[in-house]
Design a protein around this ligand. Structure first.
Ligand SMILES: Cc1cc2nc3c(=O)[nH]c(=O)nc-3n(C[C@H](O)[C@H](O)[C@H](O)COP(=O)(O)OP(=O)(O)OC[C@H]3O[C@@H](n4cnc5c(N)ncnc54)[C@H](O)[C@@H]3O)c2cc1C
Length: 428
């Protein structure tokens, strides 16, 4: 493929990863982001081995591992204390784990990778329109400025994209009635955890705690707290006040107390809404859609960032291996199909069992998942699903050897550092 002139719209996770990969392959890339400065908004995220494979290819996995919190299992119980979910990553393979990350840290590392490979970043540029003439595109921003021409426009502008509707590729874009209030606090050193913990009451209430890694220049680890809410009850929750929320959370999950205590006010809790987005296809001539713009889901299976990273990798590979741009975009769509066709319906199906007004769905979930957790074969399927590795009901991709090796190397190094620290502390 000839050297392309590429505009990427949106600097979340899929955008900078794509920009870095395409710039590394020798294309001219500019990334346009509407925010005037780089701030990744949102709860902590769980990186899966799939997303880590892309970060490894970009040469940033070691830096990511240095800043993340290893998550070895997902553990969920009902309000009565009965085990509902217990999914260790070790069911996939020893040494494999997820990684809790602080979003701004992931963003900084991706943007540094972009800069290293020569992609440009322009902030404060909200793209409002795309003009196509022949095989080239121009982008018009909110101040009427035109940029272009570009051979390829990559739309990575997230779930709430204004541009999506205009392209005519949208089959579905629905807001879920339920979302979450979340807060990111300091992880209490004495309670350092490597588990994503959840407690459920029916289908209407759940609380979750995710170890969230470190800020790029910070020392202490962070912890994200999630509280499920119906979107139309958020203002009611805010009015009920912090003391009420604290009581509710701590009565369900006593170990969340140290994080809840750090919430300064109800306004410090951020409200996340989720969308379910499906496109007829991921591209049209000269334009390709990826990340949440193309396939936003509720975060029940925690795959969104990982999917956006996989998109970036698949697009770069397709462009590298194709002679013509349209062939590359079609190959990209085909490469992502199995994965999307598995995760989108499963996620849609699972969501009301965790967040809905239908309490019996929650009871059924508790019974069914508790049984599944007892059957090793099914539990492994759960682990593969959580790790983002499924490509169909009966198929999955393996964990990359190189990712597993990097995880083991990092764990050994952390262990050595810990022992060295312990020795010097006892000497002191
Ligand atoms: C509560 C919650 C928890 C989650 N937990 C996880 C998890 O554990 N693991 C996981 O993998 N995923 C998780 N997700 C999902 C994940 O956040 C998304 O899937 C992911 O951020 C999508 O990345 P993206 O790059 O496609 O879009 P985004 O991260 O949304 O980035 C889009 C960017 O585009 C910019 N933009 C928008 N419009 C324009 C425009 N017109 N012009 C220029 N720029 C524009 C925005 O400012 C933004 O920077 C979670 C989501 C929520 C809500």
């Amino acid at each position: 493929m000839k050297r392309l002139s590429v505009a990427v719209v949106g600097c979340g996770s899929g955008g900078p990863a794509t920009a870095a990969m395409l710039a590394r392959a020798g294309h001219d890339v500019v990334l346009l982001e509407e925010a005037p400065k780089l701030t990744a908004v949102g709860a902590g995220i769980l990186l899966q081995p799939t997303g880590m494979e892309v970060l490894l290819e970009l040469g940033v996995l070691d830096r990511i591992l240095d800043h993340g919190s290893p998550v070895h299992r997902l553990h969920g119980v009902s309000a009565s204390g009965r085990a509902v979910l217990d999914i260790p990553y070790a069911d996939i393979e020893d040494g494999v784990h997820g990684l809790g990350m602080y979003r701004p840290t992931l963003l900084t590392i991706l943007v540094d990778a972009m800069a290293d490979h020569g992609a440009e970043l322009e902030l404060g540029c909200a793209v409002k329109r795309i003009e196509r003439r022949g095989s080239r595109s121009w982008l018009i921003d909110d101040r009427g400025r035109r940029r272009g021409p570009f051979d390829l426009v990559v739309l990575a502008d997230g779930a709430r994209s204004d541009l999506r509707k205009r392209l005519g590729l949208e089959r579905r874009a629905q807001i879920y009635p339920w979302g979450a209030l979340f807060f990111i606090g300091e992880e209490p050193a004495e309670r350092a955890s490597s588990t994503l913990s959840q407690v459920f009451r029916g289908s209407g209430t759940f609380v979750g705690l995710l170890p969230t890694g470190r800020a790029i220049d910070g020392h202490g680890s962070r912890m994200s707290l999630f509280w499920s809410v119906r979107n139309d009850r958020v203002s009611q929750w805010r009015k009920l006040g912090l003391e009420h929320l604290r009581e509710q959370v701590v009565s369900l999950m006593p170990e969340a107390e140290a994080v809840v205590e750090q919430i300064p006010s109800m306004e410090a809790l951020m409200h996340a809404r989720y969308l379910d987005v499906v496109l007829d296809r991921l591209w049209m001539p000269g334009i390709v859609c990826l990340g949440d713009h193309a396939h936003a889901m509720s975060p029940q299976l925690g795959q969104g960032v990982n999917m956006a990273l996989l998109d970036a990798q698949a697009l770069a590979t397709a462009i590298d291996e194709s002679e013509h741009l349209s062939a590359a975009l079609s190959a990209f769509d085909a490469a992502r199909r199995d994965h999307l066709d598995f995760y989108q319906p499963v996620n849609r199906l699972a969501t009301p069992f965790f967040q809905s007004d239908h309490a019996p769905l929650g009871w059924f979930r508790d019974l069914a998942l508790a049984q599944v957790s007892r059957v090793p074969l099914l539990r492994r399927q759960q682990a593969l699903t959580m790790a983002g590795l499924k490509t169909g009901p009966l198929t999955h991709r393996p964990v990359s050897r190189a990712v597993r090796a990097a995880l083991l190397r990092h764990e050994a190094r952390s262990q050595r550092q810990f022992e060295a620290g312990a020795v010097s502390t006892s000497h002191w």
